[in-house]
Design a binder for this molecule. Structure first.
Ligand SMILES: Nc1ncnc2c1ncn2[C@@H]1O[C@H](COP(=O)(O)OP(=O)(O)O)[C@@H](O)[C@H]1O
Ligand SMILES: [Mg+2]
Length: 313
């Protein structure tokens, strides 16, 4: 079995804010593990915490609580200098917008990480030429980012991410701002890297094509994983193929539709517990919410009807 490349446990993240809405809890006790060479997609609505998760996993953001182990090292406790080194040796990021340096040519953008890593210029230049060729952007090597098409810019960003030969690529909506044809070629490239070079991926996406590429998908909502889906899952079928994650703390989070199906929030009793199987049955409220005598709704925890004085059942 492949080695565990990334392992996060109990991740919480709170964005402190002075604004009226107050603090935002973006991650609520997430745990996730990724094996070497594995490709995992993270799907979920906007605001679910996908980007925050990706940044925490890659050490770009220090989570409020929890531990991230990257290639066997706890990066949440690392000194900044050491973290930069460790990250550089292990992981690359690809964002929705390429984040290319505007004053550098495509070629120099790709060269930059090798320069930072202290790779001798001759060797670096050769590797960059080979990478640009591999991605089919050799002819655009001397263009500035503003002269590149969206697809070319994204491929340049990918070249820059790959040039350091990372074991893990963390990608945030990598096909989010490119046309469908470019998106397809990017995914073909990811597939090739995944299959031929066993690069591991954690990809945040809205795209079914990208989710298909992954070995499994994790569904994130409100800072929690609510479901995991195996291979060949159509995003549209998620409701039918749900698998819920029961975490080590014993928490099971239902999606809103499942919650409604079950009977909504309330008390449930365990009717039947067998191996791998739990049957819940709703406990009907013993306390009625309206007065039996006059049908007036009770206000909060009132024990006596405010209208007719009847005692609450
Ligand atoms: N820098 C920030 N400061 C305050 N709140 C933030 C910040 N970044 C994200 N958030 C909030 O955290 C939550 C999760 O955001 P994000 O991780 O960007 O979600 P996603 O990528 O799934 O759309 C959202 O409610 C968002 O508004
Ligand atoms: Mg995002």
């Amino acid at each position: 079995m492949a080695e565990e490349l990334l392992k996060a446990t109990g991740l919480y993240h709170v964005f402190e804010s002075q604004a009226e809405e107050g603090n935002v809890v973006a991650l609520r006790g997430l745990s996730v593990a990724l094996r070497d060479g594995e490709a995992v997609a993270v799907v979920g609505p906007s605001g679910a915490g996908k980007s925050t998760l990706l940044k925490a996993l890659g050490g770009l953001l220090k989570p409020s609580a929890g531990v991230v182990q990257l290639a066997g090292e706890d990066i949440t406790r690392m000194a900044p200098e050491q973290l930069v080194q460790h990250r550089r040796a292990t992981v690359s990021f690809i964002f929705q917008e390429g984040n290319l340096l505007p004053h550098l040519s495509a070629r120099d953008n790709v060269l930059q990480p090798l320069r930072h890593a202290g790779v001798p210029h001759r060797e670096a230049a050769a590797r960059v030429a080979e990478m640009l060729d591999y991605l089919g952007i050799s002819e655009r090597a001397h263009a500035l980012p503003e002269q590149l098409s969206g697809g070319e810019a994204q491929r340049t960003a990918i070249a820059r991410a790959l040039i350091t030969r990372p074991r893990l690529i963390l990608a945030d909506e990598p096909t989010g701002s490119v046309d469908p044809v470019t998106a397809r070629s990017i995914m073909e490239l990811f597939t090739r890297l995944h299959k031929e070079q066993e690069v591991a991926f954690l990809v945040v996406t809205h795209s079914e094509m990208v989710a298909d590429f992954a070995d499994r998908s994790l569904e994130l909502q409100d800072g929690r994983f609510i479901a995991q889906h195996g291979e060949d899952v159509e995003l549209e079928d998620l409701a039918l193929t749900r698998e819920l994650l029961l975490d080590a703390g014993g928490n099971l989070t239902l999606t809103p539709d499942l919650l409604e199906e079950l009977g909504g929030p309330g008390r449930y009793e365990v009717r039947d517990l067998r191996r791998h199987r739990l049957t819940l049955s709703r406990v009907m409220d013993e306390r009625s919410n309206v007065c039996e005598a006059c049908n007036t709704p009770f206000d909060g925890d009132e024990t006596q009807c405010g209208n007719c004085g009847a005692l609450r059942g």
